[in-house]
Design a protein. Structure first.
Length: 199
């Protein structure tokens, strides 16, 4: 295992970077989910996402029939999103440091929860204002097949297995690459945290 696996320009895979702190991360996820429950959001076409979502931080990513956006309030409760815990910002900052992105202070953390049959089709993350900041992703739980394409939806994606504790830092050209997650198999469940500078 190489500590830094590069698989696209500006993207770095840190295998096991979050393993030691996973217990604290799970405790925080539970605390956040008690205030802002995971739920299946509706996309503009009217379908419901198979992955369940919640957020913490100054703003949260939300989807409804009108579109996608970052919102300071949770539409479900009308309350601000729970504060981002220190163990989250600490981990995201250390991962960005380790991959040469320097100081990274995320203001949003999108939290995904996948169970059997849940996945995400190929998409770009472009609701953030500043594409010069990287996105840091943390995988917890069952392994998943991550699909990683290029700048065009037509680029054939590579498949990468993301395991419990893996952290990926996506910056530079890879920041806007198409990506997705293959549907999880029976019995699998996985959390993924993505740290973003949305504002
Ligand atoms: C590459 N999440 O939340 S994490 C998402 O596993 C999302 O839950 C997936 O795609 C998941 O938007 C993938 C890896 C990831 C996250 C953001 C990226 C890869 C990215 C942004 C740009 C390029
Ligand atoms: Fe994404």
């Amino acid at each position: 295992m190489t500590p830094h696996e590069t698989f696209a320009e500006g993207a770095f895979l840190l295998r096991g970077f979050a393993t030691a702190g996973a217990g604290m991360l799970y405790a925080s996820i539970d605390r956040i989910a008690a205030q802002a429950p995971f739920r299946h959001m509706t996309v503009p076409g009217g379908h419901t996402m198979s992955v369940a979502i919640t957020n913490c931080g100054d703003v949260g990513w939300v989807s409804d029939r009108k579109g996608y956006r970052y919102d300071p309030l949770n539409p479900l409760t009308g309350l601000p999103w729970p504060q981002m815990p220190e163990c989250f910002t600490d981990l995201a900052g250390r991962a960005a440091d380790a991959t040469g992105y320097g100081h990274f202070l995320p203001d949003a953390c999108l939290m995904n929860y996948y169970t059997a049959g849940a996945g995400v089709s190929l998409h770009q993350d472009k609701n953030e204002r500043d594409f010069t900041a990287p996105i840091v992703s943390v995988s917890l739980g069952s392994s998943a097949t991550f699909l990683f394409g290029g700048m065009s939806r037509k680029d054939t994606p590579c498949r990468i297995i993301l395991d419990h504790g893996d952290v990926v830092v996506w910056g530079g050209p890879s920041r806007l690459f198409f990506h997705g997650v293959a549907k999880l198999k029976q019995g699998a469940s996985r959390h993924n945290l993505t740290f973003r500078k949305a504002l």
